[in-house]
Every structure is written in structure tokens, then in C-alpha cells.
Design a protein around this ligand. Structure first.
Ligand code: AP5
Ligand code: MG
Length: 211
């Protein structure tokens, strides 16, 4: 089973992907997490991506498309969180899935309004090791400042400042929103209200996904 989660920055894609991963034993593939790890390790990819990410811009397609398609091929079932993010990436994914005789079973948009997104992202804290997302207000870790999963010290993402959040939202409008239309008539497109409580959103997702 392959699931694509769509939604603006801060909609809760990462949070819900982790829950779905556990529930259905799928692999969670998030280019944002892969890129942040590459930046931290100062790999070639990380060095090339860092400037784009810090400003909230998309990393060039040449660095993203091949990397993501290779990872998809080697999985048995996947939750895509953050790819595709523009029409070119969506078309590349469609062609590639066709070629390897796979398909997206569910494309689900998590809908959250802009003022709520800004509220969530300015108080988000993330684990630099496992990518788990917390929130100082809505979803604090058990021990303040430490990841529940691995005990790592939580960080405030560099692109979670008010200015960069606004440019990420603009990038979403300009580049990512058009792919919603691209998938809307696919027959596997759904929307959930992402402003509900975490577990209610998860229940809504599970009611869409049939194993
Ligand atoms: P990426 O890491 O994908 O960032 P994003 O799309 O901006 O999304 P976020 O991770 O900010 O939000 P999310 O939806 O995962 O929300 P979360 O669950 O954390 O990308 C980062 C950068 O990498 C991009 O800007 C770009 O430069 C590059 N990049 C990535 N993919 C690329 C691609 N395909 N092509 C080119 N470049 C690419 O939740 C947010 C907060 O809200 C958390 O604090 C959480 O605890 C809280 N929360 C979640 N759900 C709820 C709820 N129901 N109620 C209350 N609070 C909630
Ligand atoms: Mg995320």
C-alpha cells in the first residue's frame, strides 16, 4: 500500500505519517527529514540543499527526484510526506510508478488554516535524530526538551521562524497547491480536517485507509 500525504507546512504530515507507519508497517519517506540529516552530516547533498532550506525554498528537482524514486523502488509500501511538491515531481512520480507497476492507493490532504499553521510551527520542537515532531503547547514531550523515542535533545528548526514560515507558505501556494488539482480527479483523493486533535485526525485517516 502506498499513501501520499499532502498539506501545507505544519499541517501535521510528519506527525500523522509516524502514526500510520506504526499502524500499517509502511516506510515513512520524508525528503525534509532526509535533507536535514544530510545537512547535519555535511554530505554533498546537504551542502547543496542547505541554503534553499534555510530560506524556505524548494531544493532543486535534480537533487530530489532521482533520490526519492530510488527510495520508493526499494520499499514494499510507503507513506510519502513532502514528495512530490511541484508538478514536475508529481509527473515524474506518476511515470515512475507506472514503469515499476506500482500505484498510489490513497492521496490525502490534511487541511489546516494559515493562522493555525503559524501558531503550531512557531512552537514546534523536533528530534534531530528520529525526526519526531513535538509542540511546546499542543504536544509536549514527557521530559521537557528531550525526545520520548530516543532521549535526544530537541531542537527548534531553523526554518521555523515567522519570516521563513511565511515564505514556506508562499512556496506552498505557488508550487505545491497546483498538485492538489493534479490528484483531485485521480479517484483516490481524500481530505481530512487537520485542525482536530491529533488522534481524531488519525482516526479519520484510518477510516479512509482500508488495508
Ligand atoms: P519539510 O520538512 O517537508 O517541511 P514542511 O513541508 O514545511 O512541513 P513540516 O515538516 O513543517 O510540517 P508537517 O506537515 O510535517 O507538520 P508536523 O507534523 O511537524 O521540508 C523542509 C524543507 O526541505 C522545504 O522547505 C524544502 O526546502 C526542502 N524539501 C522537502 N521536500 C522537498 C521536495 N520534495 N522538493 C524540494 N525541496 C524539498 O506538525 C507541525 C507542528 O504542529 C508540530 O509541532 C506538531 O506537534 C503540531 N501538530 C501536528 N498535528 C497537530 C494537531 N492535530 N493539533 C495540534 N498540533 C498539531
Ligand atoms: Mg514534516
Amino acid at each position: 500500500m502506498n499513501i501520499l500525504l499532502l498539506g501545507a507546512p505544519g499541517a501535521g504530515k510528519g506527525t500523522q505519517a509516524k502514526l500510520l507507519q506504526k499502524e500499517y508497517g509502511l516506510q515513512h519517506l520524508a525528503p525534509g527529514d532526509i535533507l536535514r540529516d544530510a545537512v547535519k552530516k555535511e554530505t554533498e547533498l546537504g551542502l547543496q540543499a542547505k541554503n534553499f532550506m534555510d530560506k524556505g525554498n524548494l531544493v532543486p528537482d535534480e537533487l530530489i527526484i532521482d533520490m526519492m524514486l530510488k527510495k520508493i523502488e526499494s520499499t514494499d509500501g510507503v507513506i510519502l510526506d513532502g514528495f512530490p511538491r511541484n508538478i514536475k515531481q508529481a509527473q515524474a512520480l506518476t511515470e515512475y510508478l507506472k514503469k515499476i507497476d506500482k500505484k498510489l492507493n490513497y492521496v490525502i490532504k490534511i487541511v489546516v488554516k494559515e493562522n493555525e499553521i503559524i501558531r503550531r510551527l512557531s512552537s514546534r520542537r523536533v528530534c534531530p535524530l528520529c525526526g519526531h515532531s513535538y509542540n511546546k503547547v499542543f504536544n509536549p514531550p514527557k521530559v521537557e526538551g528531550l525526545c520520548d523515542v530516543d532521549g535526544e535533545k530537541l531542537i527548534h528548526r531553523k526554518d521555523d521562524t515567522e519570516e521563513t514560515i511565511k515564505s514556506r507558505l508562499q512556496v506552498f501556494e505557488d508550487h505545491t497547491r497546483p498538485i492538489i488539482d493534479y490528484y483531485k480527479d485521480s479517484g483516490v483523493y481524500f481530505e481530512v480536517d487537520g485542525e482536530k486533535d491529533f488522534m481524531e485526525v488519525f482516526e479519520d485517516l484510518k477510516s479512509i485507509v482500508i488495508e
